[in-house]
Write a protein that binds this ligand. Structure first.
Ligand SMILES: [Cu+2]
Length: 464
């Protein structure tokens, strides 16, 4: 189904779809398997029926429409190979659900009876585990333990009541390492029955995931255990991750689930937040403390909340700095302080294309490097002041005055009020203390005690 027909499906209301489906194919038919063709953030899906709730916004994702069948919310997930755009310029062959990886977000309300049809279009068996839910043991989706695997070409039905409000995930418990390394996962939100409970103005969700895709390749190496090279949010790497657009003074919630193989300290600039939700539900208010970074361990979910009071373009990123880099950043030696130019001529006689890299600190954001096709530069993205030199798990939260409550369009870069941007000091050179003169030729050395000054006799520093 094209994105256009999906929109028509949404506008036609779930009621109309359910009526035609029943009359045409009969009551025993499967719900429509709605597909998504785009990696752009889709607007929140306001519920057409059932209990009211404030919908979430899935970063570079979407929410799966449902049909009502005798009071039961019916969803149709299709496990299948997909092509996911990781960022403009790079596409990956992944496995996912309904056309994308991760799969669509499923949104229900506390107390809803839910039936999920899962059709397996993969070449091997799968299952779906509803991570964090209270449900009958036989609906828990662990292949071999609670059910046989869903064979290729077959459809299984899961049915349970969403008993607890909160933040959940879904993923296979079948050939797990391969299927999760290929991108099979999705978000699940159970909204509180009382829509005024823990109410926020904007509620964003995304999953942390990671891939090992060799530069120039498109399919993840699924047997990788620790050395991943693409650090992604909802299978997108910066600059492919959309900004979180927020109206100034909105109450904002950001829910993050971690399905990588390592922890991620998620850091927000310009605001303090509190963790209001974990895997197990809302945190008791007395247990909350303010912070600006929260570590999210493997398999965990966290919901953070704050008032977006400060206008601007605020960075939101993982604080492990190698997680804000893309492929090509690995296996490059540190060359800071090493004079490579003297040997460059000799090397070029042997390797004509050899380039000097990083002798002033490794900033490669502005460097034009030849890359294999389908490969992202390791640090990239342009801002209003030049290269942002980031990749991977990085995006911005754009706080703006006076946005409409349903406006999630990228407003462009922040226009700083006059006098509020860091600026260059333009005093005379004579006023500069000797110890502050740049560049520093004394302390950039390879061995402790050795200084470049020793080699360059008669250095210009006057403090010896
Ligand atoms: Cu990280």
């Amino acid at each position: 189904m094209s994105n256009l027909s999906r929109r028509a499906f949404l506008q036609g209301s779930a009621l109309a779809v359910s009526a035609t489906a029943v009359s045409r194919i009969g009551a025993a038919s499967l719900p429509e398997a709605v597909l998504q063709t785009q990696a752009a953030t889709q607007p929140p899906l306001n519920p057409a029926n059932g209990r009211p709730y404030q919908p979430v916004v899935t970063l570079n994702g979407w929410t799966l429409p449902w049909r009502m069948n005798n009071g039961i919310k019916e969803f149709h997930l299709v496990a299948e190979p997909v092509v996911r755009e990781i960022a403009p310029g790079m596409k990956a062959n992944l496995w996912g659900y309904n056309g994308q990886s991760p799969g669509p977000t499923i949104e229900v309300v506390e107390g809803d009876r839910v039936r999920i049809f899962v059709t397996n279009k993969l070449p091997e068996h799968t299952s779906v585990h509803w991570h964090g839910q209270r449900l009958p043991n036989g609906m828990d989706g662990v292949t071999g333990l609670t059910q046989p695997g869903i064979p290729p070409g077959k459809t299984f039905v899961y049915e349970f009541t969403a008993r607890r409000a909160g933040t959940f995930m879904y993923h296979p418990h079948a050939d797990e390492m391969v299927q999760m390394a290929m991108g099979m996962m999705g978000f699940w939100i159970t909204h509180p029955k009382d829509p005024s409970l823990m109410r926020v103005d904007r509620d964003f969700v995304f999953l942390l995931n990671a891939y090992d895709i060799e530069p120039g390749a498109a399919t993840p190496r699924v047997n990788e255990m620790t050395d991943f090279n693409l650090w992604t949010w909802n299978s997108r790497a910066f600059p492919g991750i959309d900004p979180l657009v927020v109206r100034q003074h909105d109450r904002v919630r950001i829910r993050v689930g971690n399905l990588t193989m390592t922890n991620h300290p998620i850091h927000l600039h310009g605001h303090e937040f509190v963790v209001t939700g974990t895997d197990g539900g809302w945190t008791p208010p007395a247990s909350r403390w303010p912070e600006v970074t929260t570590d999210i361990a493997v398999g965990q979910m966290r919901a953070i909340e704050f008032n977006a009071d400060e206008p601007g373009d605020w960075a939101l990123h993982c604080h492990k700095s190698h997680h804000t880099m893309n492929a090509m950043g690995h296996d490059v030696p540190t060359m800071i302080g090493v004079d490579q130019k003297s040997v460059l001529k000799k090397i070029n006689q042997l390797i004509p294309d050899y380039m000097v890299m990083g002798d002033k600190g490794g900033s490669m954001g502005d460097m034009e490097m030849p890359l294999p096709d389908n490969t992202l530069p390791m640090m990239t993205g342009n801002g209003p002041f030049g290269g942002i030199e980031m990749g991977g798990m990085f995006t911005t939260m754009k706080v703006r005055k006076g946005l409409a409550s349903n406006d999630y369009k990228d407003p462009g870069w922040y226009r700083h009020p006059a006098g509020t941007v860091a600026y260059e000091w333009k005093g005379s050179a004579a006023a500069m203390p000797a110890a502050a003169q740049a560049p520093d030729t004394r302390r950039m050395a390879n061995k402790p005690g050795e200084t470049i000054l020793n080699a360059v006799k008669g250095g210009s520093h006057g403090d010896h």
